[in-house]
Design a protein around this ligand. Structure first.
Ligand code: DGP
Length: 231
């Protein structure tokens, strides 16, 4: 990695309708204003949003059709497509971070594990099997898990339109996220109470992000590769 300060990789995770998209947009704006004030680098964006799944790629279009129940796919096959969708964007993530741009991602590998492994009472999609294809992706410096009770999330607008938007599914997803958080550890996984009002959620996020924005000297690591660096 060059001597240029790298960008920071932040992920916002959570159940469906936990408020991720709103908070991703707010956080990008907040980082952008904070870093624009602090530097004279002009129009170069210092923070950009990313969204997973990225439904615009060829793989993303297959995922989109699956989520809207327009197609059916074997559960293993769709799991690997979601993962492939992250891998196809990994070079972009690496390049943005190396160029000094901070990334705020709406979902990442942890959704991949949680939404597939929740099927495992019925199928052989074990936690370890679901985790395997995510190993080696660029590791987020910080993941903020927006925690909301499924019964609260389901009262929010637009709920129930897509495949996984059912209370019993979301309850199992939340349990898998809890396990992931324990594995990742408190230094890189923070639970935010997303049942609060939006401004308070935004402030709680900001308070956890500020110290991490100073971590630009640390190398980017790979998921579940210990401290091994990207290059
Ligand atoms: P969103 O575009 O954030 O509303 O996500 C669409 C749905 O897809 C949502 O129910 C969560 C689910 N999802 C997101 N990422 C993955 C993944 O990697 N694997 C699986 N199986 N589901 C995912």
């Amino acid at each position: 990695m060059s001597s240029l300060a790298r960008g920071v990789f932040i992920v916002i995770e959570g159940l469906d309708r936990s408020g991720k998209s709103t908070q991703v947009a707010r956080l990008v704006d907040r980082i952008q204003s904070a870093t624009t004030d602090a530097s004279s680098s002009g129009s170069t964006p210092r923070a950009v949003p990313l969204k997973f799944p990225d439904r615009t790629t060829a793989i993303g279009k297959m995922i989109d059709a699956y989520l809207r129940s327009e197609s059916d796919l074997d559960d293993h096959a769709i799991h690997l497509l979601f993962s492939a969708n992250r891998w196809e964007l990994a070079p972009k993530i690496e390049a943005l971070l190396a160029s000094g741009t901070t990334i705020v991602a709406d979902r990442y590998a942890f959704s991949g594990i949680a939404f597939s492994a929740q099927k495992s009472p019925h199928l052989n999609l074990t936690f370890e099997w679901c985790k395997a294809p995510e190993i080696g992706l660029p590791a987020p410096d910080l993941t903020l898990f927006l925690d909301v009770k499924p019964e609260i999330a389901m009262q929010r607008g637009g709920y129930g339109e897509e495949r996984y938007e059912k209370q019993e599914v979301q309850t199992r997803v939340r349990q898998v996220f809890e396990r992931i958080g324990e594995e990742i550890g408190a230094d890189r996984w923070v639970v935010i109470d997303a049942g609060q009002d939006r401004d308070k959620v935004g402030d709680d996020i900001w308070n956890r992000v500020v110290p991490v924005l100073r971590d630009t000297h640390k190398p980017v690591t790979r998921l579940w590769h210990g401290q091994e660096e990207l290059r």
